[in-house]
Design a protein around this ligand. Sequence first.
Ligand code: URA
Length: 310
Amino acid sequence: MRSVLLALTDEIRRLKASGVKTISVSDDSLATLHRLVESQQAAAGSSATAPIEPPAPELPIGESRMAVSSLRQPANAAPRLLPPPPDVVLPIGDKTARWQALRELVLNHPVCQAHVRPGKQVVFGVGNLDARILFVGEAPGAEEEQQGEPFVGPAGQLLTRMIKAMGLERSEVYIGNIMNWRPELPSRADGTQVGNREPTLEEIAFCLPFITAQIDVVSPAIIVALGATAARGLLGPHNVRTMGDVRGRWHDFRGRPLRVTYHPSYLLRKVVEGKIPEQRAKRAAWEDYLAVMERAVLPITDKQRSFFLQ
Ligand code: URA
């Protein structure tokens, strides 16, 4: 029952974050919820305010006191309660040493490890540690958790083309994600996962210190948030109901300018579903990239200015 209630509260949080203010619940659903809560209380022999289960233990970052097997989630379970977001403390040293220590922490963190399926990988950021532009995506997908690198699937190929259109190489920028694991969905019989889901606010909050620390280490001149989830993570969920709330202007993330643009997957989806013409969707995104290029004082040719204008 706990997983049902957790899934329900997650869904309500997600709806709230996406701007939904009211939901209607049928009398039947309410009665079912009451029955669930009553049966849980009866089983626990407890008062209405007693916790359903002991809270999840807090895991100090950098320590692996808890066996991963005790955290590993059954393949078909709903997202679980996570420990509070970790405090990231990096050793004193140069950028490379601090980045490597951070990478080790994240890749070996028991909570991250507990969320990857057998044979899959925790995904940490990649790129140039002196990058002036740092991209933040949402979460690894199937290809990324397989290869252990962000943005290597179809969305990544589009991102790489956009970076090249800016006159840069992928190796000149830094690319990370809000999440370090692929948010779980129920498995097929063979244990694989089909499709992706948005991370919950709790998952975003847990992983946020990891991308924040990467931003601090790389110290880019500009951050580009790819899509609403990255924007919600970096700017706060209450500031981002829709992309329209945040696109087209500069924001601040811990003293650095941040621009929000469409997630490459969204562009691919729009194009596939034909919701708006491919050129128009790509042009809208390209205008965000042009704004980033201007702010980064990158050269912009007339040809670049007119990309996707037919
Ligand atoms: N989408 C993301 O947001 N990140 C990836 O790494 C891949 C796809």
